[in-house]
Ligand binder design. Structure first.
Ligand code: GLN
Length: 316
């Protein structure tokens, strides 16, 4: 057993959950009504160890849109399809030091990394093989990957979130055109179709229990601890975790790596997907965000977590 006394561990996590719960700071995302309307008081913590022990607290069965937490999944899928060399011809692997949706590219006219919007749009353009035209199959591949990573439970799609994302997407369109002008996309990329596909990926819905299993699959080198199925190659997961570690928390990534020391990815709906390599996956979900776009309670939970357990990478 990776956690020897799981009952005691659960008590400690419950204490951390309860100490974090009163924190009512931050604001829910308001750029689309579907996110602005969410009950801001909700708070879920769920975890799944690499040997399949689970704990879920609070609103862990309430669905939320994955938003930016789709980025590490799509990056991993692009790696699986094309390998590191082709993928990184189109997208860099340096932290940008800039906002997640800033209109900026690196010196080669490529997105800085796959964890910011430009890089995520680029990964979406890579989720097809030469000559493949069917967008529905690409979406099925992404949905099916989330399902397998999460241990086989059905994931959902929120069409209103998608429609809203699409109508408030000027910045993402600007990023798309900027990259097209720099000839950054693979040849034969249909830009509009790629952007729509990105919005659809952001609008996939899971609950915290499912996302914890997804994180646990990453913690377990690509093999889902629930189903035992290998979903991603070990190398893919290694690359993905490196970039989650250095770039996963928007403009707070360096600080998060320094203080928390774990690969993680946040999304604007309030999710945090946290990986404790070789130990467990954790999901926190709480919709109120800080100024940098990270869930306030999610960050506080992580701070308390590493203060209680030796989870910071250099103490593992
Ligand atoms: N749909 C959002 C966007 O692309 C996702 C951003 C996020 O979660 N940070 O702008």
């Amino acid at each position: 057993m990776v956690i020897r006394d799981f009952d005691e561990f659960c008590r400690d996590i419950t204490d951390i959950y309860e100490s974090t719960l009163p924190n009512g700071e931050g604001q829910v995302a308001s750029y689309i009504p579907q996110l602005a309307r969410v009950n801001p008081d909700q708070f879920a913590v769920s975890l799944c160890t690499v040997d399949g022990q689970r704990l879920s607290l609070g609103d862990s069965k309430v669905d939320f849109s994955v938003q930016s937490t789709c980025k590490p999944i799509n990056y991993s899928l692009a790696l699986q399809l094309h390998g590191e060399h082709i993928v990184h011809r189109h997208v860099g692997r340096e932290p940008s030091g800039r906002g997640f949706n800033e209109l900026t590219l690196n010196h080669d006219g490529r997105p800085h990394n796959p964890m910011i919007n430009a890089g995520a749009i680029m990964c979406c353009s890579l989720l097809k093989r030469e000559g493949e035209v069917n967008v529905a199959d690409r979406f099925d591949l992404v949905m099916d990957t989330w399902r397998r990573l999460g241990g086989g439970t059905r994931v959902k799609f929120n069409n209103s979130v998608y429609l809203s994302e699409r109508t408030t997407a000027d910045r993402n369109f600007a990023l798309g055109y900027f990259m097209r002008e720099k000839q950054a996309f693979p040849t034969s990329t249909d830009l509009l179709e790629t952007l729509e596909f990105y919005f659809q990926c952001c609008s996939i819905e899971v609950h915290a229990e499912q996302m914890a299993a997804v994180a646990a699959t990453l913690a377990n080198g690509g093999i889902c601890p629930i189903s035992g199925e290998r979903v991603f190659e070990t190398k893919t997961v290694q690359h993905c975790l490196s970039l989650m570690y250095s770039c996963g928390m928007y403009d707070y990534s360096g600080e998060f790596a320094f203080t928390i020391g774990l690969p993680a990815k946040s999304g604007v709906a309030g999710a945090l997907m946290i990986v404790v390599p070789n130990v467990m996956g954790i999901c926190t979900w709480s919709p109120r965000l800080d100024k940098l776009g990270n869930s306030v309670r999610g960050i506080e939970f992580c701070r308390r977590l590493v203060a209680t357990f030796n989870f910071h990478y250099d103490t593992l």
